[in-house]
Design a protein around this ligand. Structure first.
Ligand SMILES: NC(=O)c1ccc[n+]([C@@H]2O[C@H](COP(=O)([O-])OP(=O)(O)OC[C@H]3O[C@@H](n4cnc5c(N)ncnc54)[C@H](O)[C@@H]3O)[C@@H](O)[C@H]2O)c1
Length: 327
């Protein structure tokens, strides 16, 4: 896939973040793009931005990728509206965080995270496979994460559902390399592993889990976060509930505003990776350094020393030191 001009692309989660940037950059490069998302308002914003970049067709469809029937409806809609039996490239980008712990898990949150992050990818690959097979060259781009090779965000915090789902996306995509070579050699695939990218994923996630924003957290959720901060050594025991809510909001906003790589830069790196047909696309210097550190000493990957090594090399600045140090 050396160029995107004249190609038909499908992007899941095109409403914000990296998905929005992928839609805009693909249109700028001369592709037609069909996107889906759970937010129609956000998709309309993406559409308006994309239409300023180029003349390609931009299609939006409200679809929850964790709903298999809805994904098939999306596929039929793309075929009908674009009047085509094929697409060239499928970006399985939609994802949410959440569902942190396995021990004492909130089962609905675990399922939601796994269903969107893994089954969303699986259902879309399945639904669009006949259209990829029907194209003269096809490409599948599945977004995993650095949490697809490192199942943690530091020793103090459980990050189990998301990491398990992202490992699954990575494993599925790596296995597809040979599967496609054997069964559909004109289709290639890549797994995308972003480091910290400045998007609203932390802010969006609570909405997707059916909760409001941080300031709407229930007393139970506040107590949970207070416990987490307290265990990490932060002096939060006597803070009013609203101060804890503000702290959570601040963390979510910092995640978006203080990232080392922007969503636009990330989309460019992803598209360049596809053009170069690299099966593993790391996004951001932090992702490269983490990959190196984990490979150098796999047995130490889940020790506090990993956080120290990342900081020595200029990364993990936003991760609270207390969360990555042994208590
Ligand atoms: N931002 C990061 O630091 C980071 C790091 C590693 C991996 N990722 C992954 O990158 C991908 C894009 O995330 P982002 O950071 O741009 O976040 P984002 O929240 O800005 O974008 C994700 C989009 O997916 C949509 N979405 C969520 N659930 C959906 C569903 N069930 N069906 C359809 N659409 C849905 C959201 O509405 C949103 O528009 C995700 O898979 C995420 O896990 C992000």
């Amino acid at each position: 896939m050396k160029e995107f001009s004249g190609k038909i692309a499908v992007v899941t989660g095109g409403g914000t973040g990296m998905g929005r940037e992928l839609v805009c950059q693909l249109i700028e490069e001369g592709a037609d793009v069909a996107m889906c998302d759970v937010s129609d308002d956000n998709m309309q914003e993406t559409k308006a931005l994309a239409q300023k970049k180029g003349d390609g067709r931009v299609l939006s469809f409200l679809c929850d990728v964790s709903d298999e029937q809805a994904v098939h409806e999306f596929q039929r809609h793309v075929a009908k509206e674009f009047g085509t039996n094929h697409i060239h490239i499928l970006f399985n980008n939609a994802g949410i965080a959440g569902g942190g712990a396995f021990v004492n898990m909130v089962r609905t949150e675990w399922d939601r995270c796994f269903d969107v992050c893994f089954y969303g990818v699986f259902y879309c690959c399945d639904a669009f496979m006949p259209m990829l097979v029907a194209s003269d060259e096809g490409y599948i781009v599945n977004t995993s994460s650095v949490n697809g090779f490192w199942a943690s965000v530091g020793p103090g915090v459980s990050h189990t559902a998301y990491s398990a789902a992202k490992f699954a996306v990575k494993g599925f995509t790596e296995a597809l390399i040979t599967d496609l070579r054997v069964n559909a050699p004109h289709i290639k695939c890549s797994v995308v592993m972003p480091g910290h990218i400045g998007t609203s994923i932390a802010l969006n996630t609570s909405q997707v889990h059916g909760k409001g924003g941080a300031m709407d957290m229930s007393a139970e959720e506040v107590a949970f976060m207070r416990g987490r901060y307290s265990e990490a050594g932060m002096p939060v025991d006597n803070l009013p509930d609203d101060d804890i809510r503000k702290m959570v909001l601040q963390v979510q906003e910092d995640f978006r505003d203080k990232a080392p790589t922007s969503a636009s830069q990330a989309a460019k790196i992803i598209l360049d990776g596809v053009r170069e047909e690299r099966w593993r696309i790391l996004v951001g210097d932090d992702a490269y350094v983490l990959d190196e550190i984990v490979r150098e000493a796999p047995e130490e990957a889940y020790e506090p020393s990993l956080g120290e090594k990342m900081r020595q090399r200029g990364h993990f600045k936003l991760i609270n030191r207390d969360l990555t140090e042994e208590k």
